[in-house]
Design a protein around this ligand. Sequence first.
Ligand SMILES: [Zn+2]
Length: 445
Amino acid sequence: MSTPTNGERAPLLGDNERGQSGAGPSKARGVIWSLLTLLFLVATVLLVFFGKVFGDPFAPWLGTLPSDPNLAALAILDKAPIIDGHIDLPILVRSAFRNNVTAIDLKTKMPGHVDIPRLRKGKVGGFFWSAYVSCPAFESKDFLSATWRVRDTLEQIDVSRLLIAKYPDTFTLALTSDEVKSAIAAGKIASLIGIEGGHQLGNSIAVLRQYFALGVRYVTLTHTCHNAFADSCGLLPGMIPYHGGLSSLGKALIAEMNRLGVLVDLSHTSDATARQALAYSKAPVIWSHSSARAVHDVPRNVPDDILQLIGTAEGQTDAVVMVNFAPFFVAVPGNATVLSVADHVDHIAEVAGKEYVGIGSDFDGIGDVPVGLEDVSKYPALIAELYRRGWTKYELAGLTGANLLRVMAGAEKVAQELQAAGTPPKFDIYEKRKDIPRRGSDVEL
Ligand SMILES: [Zn+2]
């Protein structure tokens, strides 16, 4: 119970100070408080205006970034880790370990570019595991010889899921943008799965639905071969178009990807396929691992006139172009370095905008690597270089992952809307298949 007559006293004063009066102690307190306040103000002014004099150790206390770009990159990546659009660890497991997941120890040094110690050193918060298998060595003109690629793709999804499950302290399977964020918040590496080419669908949209059920969240429309859905850009210049972009089955595939919430990936596609897909897709799209053609002129890179179709204005589509590190796509032989990869990032940012660029290294899918970006432990070198070039921490956080998460969330929203509107699944059958009758009445009983 309080005493009304003691109202003037500070309620937190101790008993020994109660009832004391006179100027002596309160004057001394006043002097001490003034001195402390002055000291605090001086320290604040020194730290804010002369922080650099004291060096980078004070930077975290000030909420500013260290002046050393390498330290700044690490500080940025601590808050906004790398989410890589394309890592080929599963195909390395197929070729080097016959897909035997028990024979692999990701906690020790792996033969390629990716293992857990290096992922942690590189501040990786997530990546798409590419469940890739190659185009058929001998494909008929009708694209009918690719069906066993469905078996092979299932094996690579199996490898991805088993490896993710083998290291629950490190990896978490992520199916949505929110799951990526919560995995990162829990200190895990969010693990997404992508399929690299329509040939892996065996000409079937039903197969897409089943891949989705297994966790696949992007499908690259083509790899280096044309398929029943779309034209590829091939690897070298001079690939002759087959459909002239998307086939009608390809459009049905995109419609179904939009309905499910599977990202349309335009890496490896021909320019006509990319243009048509940008116009046709209701959802934002990605380039999971492609660089800029104006910086290095190869078909696998994205030309400026297509980069100009990316955005939120009328006639544009939201997208993220995740820059590929493959030296062959980055620079003339012998010249690929972390600086030339930064040139690609800068160029895409200049033409499309900094909100539309990301990172899709292609590690474990490339033989050679740029100087300074030798494996997944080296991402901070790229971030440091861009910081040196004037990218802010917010822009860099977009590059490292937020731009991709925005696009993912956009595609999820479109899928929810299409499903809420009762959009039915697509049941288009590839016209050249002979195993399913063209009309129901043709069924032989
Ligand atoms: Zn690729």
